[in-house]
Design a binder for this molecule. Structure first.
Ligand code: NAD
Length: 259
């Protein structure tokens, strides 16, 4: 296929994308493959992973699937080791796996708070740490992109657990960038607005809710996974070599609008 096109941004790179069975993770994996990367796809959802795998292979990328929970005790090391064993290297980590908010401040249980924080914040920290240790040992540069959210900046109701986790991702991204810059590792984040995926099905299936959201978005539409993937691909490319610690919000201007 088009694997030797010099215009490809990620030719010869190996990337891990978590939460790759659906939505933004799937869109990112396919975009990376089109840009010349090989991929390790990680998710809990086996059938979704196979579907993404097929799309990646069609785009010309070598692909490995790994069914795993990113919060598992030995997951970070196993995931990094799998990429190196099966694909021969690791250049890029995209921490995308995430879970939605679980309700009103007064009703969120301890268990659901722990789950949201474990998937959305603790796992990106531990996986980032495992990847950075690998790169430092190999004396190689590396790229990390964490998928944050506009909820790192603006609040909507019934989402204290989610907002706290994504606010944490924003500061984790800055702090990790500070510590890892001297090793040639960049750490950035992309913060989507409402994007058409399984996570926003409740919005997409309710025309009134969707219309209300669109009316508050200067560019007048919801995001698509490809919109987010394009920003992620830029941040892991050579063109973004001097960018670190930043969050790019890909949200059609939604955070500019006072609710
Ligand atoms: N869709 C939006 O509007 C939106 C907005 C802002 C941020 N985000 C963020 O984008 C990221 C992707 O979300 P999406 O919208 O594509 O949702 P999605 O539900 O379509 O995809 C999330 C994927 O993560 C996987 N996953 C969840 N927990 C996991 C775990 N413990 N281990 C491994 N895989 C796990 C799921 O199986 C799923 O395939 C998330 O971090 C989410 O918070 C989404």
């Amino acid at each position: 296929m088009r694997r030797n096109d010099r215009n490809m941004k990620l030719q010869g790179k190996v990337a891990i994308v978590t939460g790759a069975a659906d939505g933004i993770g799937r869109g990112t994996a396919v975009k990376f493959a089109r840009e010349g990367a090989d991929l390790l796809l990680v998710d809990l959802n086996e059938s979704g992973l196979s579907a993404t795998s097929t799309l990646v292979a069609e785009a010309g990328g070598r692909v490995e699937e790994m069914v795993a929970d990113v919060t598992g005790d030995d997951s970070p090391e196993r995931i990094v080791a799998r990429a190196v064993e099966r694909l021969g290297a690791l250049d890029i980590l995209v921490n995308n796996a995430g879970v939605p908010p679980s309700g009103h401040f007064l009703t969120i249980t301890e268990e659901s708070m722990d789950r949201v924080m474990a998937v959305n914040l603790r796992a990106p920290f531990l996986l980032g740490q495992a990847a950075a240790r690998h790169w430092i040992e190999q004396k190689k540069p590396g790229r990390i992109v964490n998928i944050s959210s506009i909820n790192a900046e603006i609040i909507q109701g019934d989402s204290s657990d989610y907002c706290a986790s994504k606010g944490g991702v924003r500061m984790l991204t800055k702090a990790a960038a500070c510590d890892l810059g001297r090793y040639g590792i960049t750490v950035n984040a992309v913060g989507p607005g409402h994007t058409r995926t399984g996570m926003t099905r409740h919005l997409i299936d309710n025309p009134e809710l969707e219309q209300d959201w669109v009316a508050r978005t200067p560019l007048g539409r919801l995001g698509e996974p490809e919109d987010i993937a394009n920003a992620v691909a830029f941040l892991v490319s050579d063109e973004a070599a001097y960018i670190t610690g930043q969050t790019i919000y890909v949200e059609g201007g939604r955070t500019l609008h006072i609710p």
